[in-house]
Write a protein that binds this ligand. Structure first.
Ligand SMILES: [Fe+2]
Length: 392
């Protein structure tokens, strides 16, 4: 019954819990582990700390630390090459979503060979995948709660979503202290990404009762704690709540998929280098307004707003959606991005080029309101100019 998404077998959360990583991994009854990470995580000292914990538990450790942001099939190929014929018994993805997704990709290729394109879709794993341990260093992607790896096709802009029940991490170790020292920009981007996950999963065509529950939990936590972690980066309790929120939002994706804001984000990242979370956050506002003309989507957005006490329990859907939109505007301003993509180097004239690429993204099909390339032109234009409308 692999069609029913499950959470990781074990989630361990708490400040400093990464120092218990060795013991937690050893409980999986493995002796040789391969760490997949990136140069920034090594420079921050997180890798050494994790490897010290693994070594102290008697585990033999090898590492690939060359994952790039928004990893492609080339990153996975390099990771598999570094693993070589070593008889690892588990893969540890340590870092943001990129490193964890690369570890998942490595698991697919290690077990079944071929290239990442062979695994684009769901349930295409060949053989038995090595267990995956996810140690996120950001509170954003929620990939630690998902059976999918998002891997770009090297040389093109297209994202492959490679999913299989076996790719769901066996263990997720959530240590909010790993997020405390990250730059404010990273906190803002990853927080907005989690926000986009919570809001988009609440309304997609594939939503269900489980996703609705986790979307709502995540949204409520993000509304309360994202401003706090931006204002007081060393507030460990707020960091902890954001880590939980990102995980719940990620679990909502597993049940519900994403929508048009994520469709817009990929070409914005590919063509203009806008960070994923920033692109999602700034696209979300016009997408919510666009979707809210659908009465069912408006009802769901209104429920989200009421659940987070943004609107009174007896408010009209229209008033509650207005409250949601106002909240999203506030969060974008608090994050330091404002509302207009034009202020970040994306001219409104780029809308015609960006729109067809957004329409081709796999997430577009799950948006509650149909979105054509023509619709995306208007959405991009709005995203570029919307700051002007509110006097920014
Ligand atoms: Fe995202």
């Amino acid at each position: 019954m692999d069609s029913v998404p499950r959470p990781p077998h074990r989630i361990v959360l708490g400040p400093g819990v990464v120092d218990r990583l060795g013991r937690l991994v050893a409980e999986l009854e493995v002796e040789r582990v391969f760490v997949v990470t990136d140069p920034g995580i090594v420079a921050a000292g997180h890798c050494e700390r994790a490897e010290d914990a693994l070594g102290a538990a008697g585990l033999e450790v090898r590492r690939f630390d060359g994952v790039r942001e928004n990893p492609t099939s080339l990153d996975v190929d390099r990771c598999v090459e570094a693993l070589g014929s070593w008889d690892a018994q588990a893969l540890i993805g340590l870092g943001g979503g990129s490193s964890i997704d690369a570890a998942k990709g490595c698991a697919f290729l290690q077990a079944g060979g071929g290239s990442m394109a062979d695994y684009d879709g769901h349930g295409k794993a060949r053989g038995t995948l090595l267990p995956i341990v996810a140690v996120p260093t950001t509170a954003g992607t929620g990939t630690e709660m998902q059976s999918f790896a998002l891997i770009g096709e090297e040389g093109t802009h297209s994202k492959m979503a490679c999913g299989d029940a076996q790719a769901l991490p066996t263990l997720a170790v959530l240590d909010p202290l790993l997020t405390v020292t990250q730059p404010r920009f990273v906190t803002a981007c990853t927080g907005l990404d989690a926000l986009g996950h919570a809001v988009e999963t609440a309304v997609t065509r594939d939503r269900n009762a489980t996703s609705a529950h986790f979307s709502s939990l995540a949204f409520e936590l993000i509304v309360e704690h994202l401003p706090r972690v931006l204002e007081c980066p060393d507030d460990v309790d707020a960091r902890t709540q954001m880590m939980i929120a990102a995980a719940w939002a990620g679990y909502a994706i597993e049940h519900s998929m994403l929508g048009a804001a994520h469709s817009m984000a990929n070409p914005l990242t590919a063509r203009f280098g806008v960070a994923h979370g920033q692109a999602v956050g700034m696209s979300l506002l016009p997408v919510v307004r666009y979707n809210a003309s659908d009465p069912e989507a408006a009802r769901l957005y209104a429920d989200l707003a009421r659940g987070a006490a943004l609107a009174a329990s007896d408010s009209s859907d229209s008033d509650a959606v207005d409250a949601l939109v106002a909240c999203l505007e506030d969060l974008l301003r608090v994050s330091g991005f404002g509302l207009s993509l034009a202020a970040h180097g994306v001219p409104a004239s780029a809308a015609e080029a960006l729109a067809p690429e957004a329409a081709q993204q796999w997430t577009a099909q799950f948006n509650p309101r149909a979105v054509s390339a023509e619709s995306f032109v208007e959405l991009f234009r709005t995203a570029c100019s919307q700051g002007d409308e509110v006097g920014q």
